[in-house]
Write a protein that binds this ligand. Structure first.
Ligand code: DAH
Length: 355
């Protein structure tokens, strides 16, 4: 700015102030404000030109223009600061807004697992007997002939022993090893290990050579029960199972016993409960009879007591065994036992949730 007089300087300063203020006030973001500040006060701004050429003005004008330079600079700077505060507040509000949480929104329920229906039924059966003073025992799924058959008074020629029904293991061991076909084997293990009184339930997996169909599986679950003491009678068996049926299926339950044969009990019986679907009126589940066969039971055969070294003159007892799949199928109205093993979550989700 070679030839500048006081008038030029004053005009440039006024323009700088006006334009600068307009730029600063219209800045819509902190970046734009930065640019407006550079445009108004930066080294290339007309304002800076005036500042640099102050020295070439006569003394009197220099003082005058100098004051004005300071005034314009101050005005522009304070306009920048003012605008900065406004923009920072807006920026802060924007951040808060984008970070906002709607506390009135419903929560998202985490996907919880549920217990398998067979686990539910097995636990419930055991809990009912535990409340009556029974102890829960479990044992191995691989058994010897003694525990699964011989000690249970099952004769050597009994058809259940054949390869057609029982899965034998092809491994060297103490006699024939097999996959237990019934939890009744736990009766023998328990009585061998303790003196009467005995009150146990034994849940567990059992194996049979079966082709799967809606009511048969090659692997399924049973809960065995055994009570041995002095003076136990058939009335105790019936009363115990009635109490169980009421706890499991409802207070209005009735039970019916009909004779049946199992080598390890005498007399042996089949226990039916009044149909809890139709309440005894007759429906598809009970095949119109009003009764559902639930389990096998009876008074422990004296031979069994003697096989474990108990005094069969002094002690009597009762035993029972039920299929967990069968109870679950009746209980939940499941049409096919195989559904319990398919692992389809759409099926499994429908049972009681955990937590
Ligand atoms: N073990 C028998 C079965 O698998 C069920 C059974 C019947 C168990 C009578 C018992 C009983 O304890 O007394 O079919």
């Amino acid at each position: 700015m070679a030839a500048m007089d006081a008038t030029d300087a004053a005009r440039i300063l006024e323009e700088s102030l006006e334009r600068g203020l307009a730029g600063i006030r219209s800045a819509g973001s902190l970046d734009e404000l930065e640019a407006a500040q550079v445009a108004a006060l930066g080294r290339k701004a007309p304002f800076s030109g005036v500042q640099r050429s102050l020295g070439s003005l006569p003394e009197e004008a220099r003082r005058e223009v100098g004051r004005r330079v300071n005034g314009v600079r101050e005005a522009l700077r304070s306009a920048v600061e003012e605008r900065r505060v406004v923009l920072q507040e807006a920026e802060g509000r924007r951040l808060l807004e984008s970070d906002r949480v709607d506390v009135t929104l419903r929560g998202r329920r985490p996907r919880a697992g549920s217990l398998h229906p067979l686990t539910l039924v097995e636990r419930q059966v055991c809990e009912i007997f535990v409340r009556m003073g029974y102890r829960v025992v479990t044992g191995d799924e691989v058994e010897t002939d003694w525990y699964n058959f011989t000690a249970l008074n099952i004769p050597p020629d009994h058809p259940a022993r054949t390869e057609k029904d029982t899965i034998y293991l092809d491994v060297p061991g103490p006699g024939d090893l097999l996959l237990r076909t019934e939890t009744s084997a736990m009766q023998i293990h328990t009585m061998e290990g303790q003196e009467p009184p005995v009150h146990i339930v034994a849940p567990g997996r059992v194996y049979r050579k079966e082709t799967p169909d809606p009511t048969h599986l090659p692997v399924f679950h049973q809960v065995e029960g055994l009570a041995v003491d002095e003076g136990i009678t058939f009335a105790d068996l019936k009363g115990t199972l009635l109490a169980f049926a009421k706890a499991m299926f409802g207070e209005d339950q009735r039970v019916r016993m009909t004779p049946d044969y199992f080598p390890f009990v005498e007399p042996g019986a089949q226990l039916a409960v009044s149909c809890f679907i139709c309440r005894g009126r007759g429906c598809r589940t009970c095949k119109g009879t009003g009764w559902i066969e639930l389990l096998g039971c009876g008074m422990v055969h004296p031979n069994v007591l003697e096989n474990v070294g108990y005094d069969a003159e002094r002690y009597t007892g009762f035993a029972f065994g039920m299929g967990v799949e069968r109870v679950a199928l009746l209980r939940y109205g499941v049409p096919d036992m195989r559904m319990f093993y398919e692992g389809d979550v759409r099926f499994l989700e429908q049972f009681e949730r955990v937590g």
